[in-house]
Design a protein around this ligand. Structure first.
Ligand SMILES: C[S@@+](CC[C@H](N)C(=O)[O-])C[C@H]1O[C@@H](n2cnc3c(N)ncnc32)[C@H](O)[C@@H]1O
Length: 217
């Protein structure tokens, strides 16, 4: 059992579910980059970890130079690792990873509205009411038409991703793609935000993250 979120990231080395999830997330990020019109592409990553999903995609993507991103992550060791990767890719002028609380609207000011919003490894760490609240607050993070990329694990035979997809559709998002990992217990989705952007957040706290690494789903 990982004792903190830094250790949790070591599971990427051994868990097929996480490895397959990362592969699909990177596929969706690349798809979004390809689909967006010429010019600057703004990306935000909520609870970004060490940023391997976005940074691993940009490593080989022809539109890397168009991307301006802010990754928000609370664990300082993960931030340090993310920064080292950003430096190694030569992207320090465009990509920042900040050591901050991703639940607070202030930490996105200047980086939103985004064309791509990455919320991976987040929904399973929220109460259902908080999922609705975060989706509602995406109006602050997202441009109209923004791609929202998300993951939701299953456990005890409960296909939690079905519920996420229903809530997203009911909240006015359009599904672009959805895949299960080959392990069958992790949903990975990409939706488009169809609403308007709200230049000011409805509330300062966008959601409450209540998950713990030893029980992460
Ligand atoms: C399940 S991991 C997912 C990490 C990454 N998005 C990924 O998919 O690999 C959840 C992440 O959320 C971070 N986290 C937890 N609470 C946070 C908060 N309030 N603000 C920013 N990050 C937070 C943890 O440190 C951890 O890196």
């Amino acid at each position: 059992m990982p004792k903190d979120w830094y250790e949790w990231h070591d599971l990427y080395n051994t868990e097929p579910k996480l490895q397959q999830r990362l592969e699909i997330v990177q596929e969706y990020i690349a798809y979004s980059l390809n689909a967006l019109p010429d010019g600057a592409i703004r990306v935000v990553s909520v609870c970004a970890g060490d940023g391997r999903d976005l940074l691993g995609t940009l490593k080989n993507h022809p539109r890397a130079k168009d991307v301006y991103a802010r990754l928000v992550e609370l664990n300082p060791q993960l931030v340090e690792r993310g920064r080292a990767t950003i430096e190694s890719l030569g992207l320090t002028k465009q990509i920042e990873i900040i050591n901050g609380d991703a639940t607070l609207a202030t930490n996105y000011v200047g980086a939103v509205p985004a064309d791509i919003v990455i919320v991976c490894g987040v929904f399973g760490n929220l109460q259902e009411t908080e999922l609705n609240r975060l989706l509602d607050n995406l109006s602050f993070l997202s441009k109209p038409g923004a791609f929202v990329i998300w993951t939701r694990g299953h456990s005890n035979g409960i296909t939690y991703s079905d519920n996420v997809r229903k809530i997203l559709i009911a909240s006015g998002f359009e599904e672009v793609n959805f895949k299960l990992t080959a392990t069958g217990d992790m949903g990975v989705g990409i939706h488009r935000y169809l609403g308007e952007n709200l230049p000011q957040p409805k509330e300062q706290q966008l959601f409450v993250f209540s998950g713990v690494p030893s029980k992460a789903r």
